[in-house]
Design a protein around this ligand. Sequence first.
Ligand code: AMP
Ligand code: ZN
Length: 474
Amino acid sequence: MLKLYNTLTRKKEIFRPTKDKKVGLYTCGPTVYNFQHIGNYRTYIFEDVLRRTLEENGYKVKHAMNVTDVGHLVSDADEGEDKIEKGAKREGKSVWEIAKFYTDDFLANLKKINVKKADVVAPATKNIKEQIILIQQLFKRGLAYETDKAIYFDVSKFKNYTKLSGQKLKEKIIGARDEVVVDPEKRNPQDFALWFKLVGRFKNHAMRWKSPWGAGFPGWHIECSAISAKYLGQPFDIHAGGIDHVNVHHTNEIAQSEGAFGKPLAKFWIHGEHLLVDNQKMAKSAGTFYTLADLEKKGFNPLVFRYLVLGTHYRSKLNFTWKSLEAAQNALNALTNNLQLTTNDKIKTQSANRNLTRLSLVKLEKKFLNAVNDDLNTPKALAMIWQLIKDNQIHPKDKKALLLKFDQVLGLGFDQIKPKKNQKIPPKIEKLVAEREKYRTNKQFIQSDRLRKQIERLGYTLEDTAAGPKVLRK
Ligand code: AMP
Ligand code: ZN
């Protein structure tokens, strides 16, 4: 039985899909004006574990995700510069080139951290018509109004506008007043833009489309309402994203979709906590962020980052340090070595024993499933992996089969681990190694180097360790 924490009800609930075994899952995608940082990727990893857990429970998941390639302004208050235009200016490229470059980089990185690609990856710019229709529907329902500058959603006309965050509307008003209200025709300070007209600072806006209100471009929130309805219908089962989206973006998505169609947008709202650095939210604006490429430059496999993320529950904050990444690397290396050994299958276990351990295998599998089904408790699930690895009674073949099954949910890439080649060293090589070691201890380095080269030419590598020379086939 799968239980998930629903932000909407503020409690863990049993998950039951609307349509028997089919699940509609929507996750907010990236804004493609710069590289995504590893904080962003923490969110995509948690969403991937959610998807894989649903699949493990036998559900057929349809996963849709938007790509914000237009109209995402620097401030949530619909003010400031368009981030994509800013990126284009910075890099001397067109807005379209910028969006394509960072979308491709994002998708390539998801692959590196084993995040399954969404069934639908929908750029906002390819779904403009749907956004316009949605805005027209909001006009019909009396929830939208037009000014000289833009089309806005009137939050005072929508009941329970802040139901997701639980914020008091009054608090939101105070917050909104702190920001400079640029449109004097706006009815309420917290009304948000659905469509921008090409006036004032947007006069030369590069991305523009025709609409019933003249040429312009959509506000940020409307794309998710339009794309989710198009591909998943309404209501769909689960909407997920980072916790920072609760107060503004998801609150506005709910207002738009539920306002337009008079029915819930999604049954479950699931939010992942932030990745921190120096105990502050990792954010591009703060300048304290790392990309996946930064990790790779330091020699870390991106899957090490995935392991690190899985070690903390998705609803807890996680402070990133290089030390913790190193610890994750050591742990993942140890797991990999173990898996290589079990794959090699040198250890012989009596078949009678194999039957005896079946029971512990079943128990472990149950414990693992209970852990992930308990609101995606990945730290506990990882502990089950270690329990399995350390159990010497279990036959290597059974171990491997179960580890691969666990990895369907955790996605650490165990299926890509190749067995180590047969490392039996021929007597001829062993003899050369021993001879070379004699020279080396006698400090006859010319002779010892000559023998090392000979060993290497014969296809072996030689490493001097504290425990003596270690020879491996290349
Ligand atoms: P953005 O490209 O800014 O729209 O963000 C993409 C996703 O990353 C969203 O779901 C955000 O909630 C999430 N996100 C942004 N910063 C962080 C962070 N420091 N830790 C975890 N998730 C984050
Ligand atoms: Zn969204």
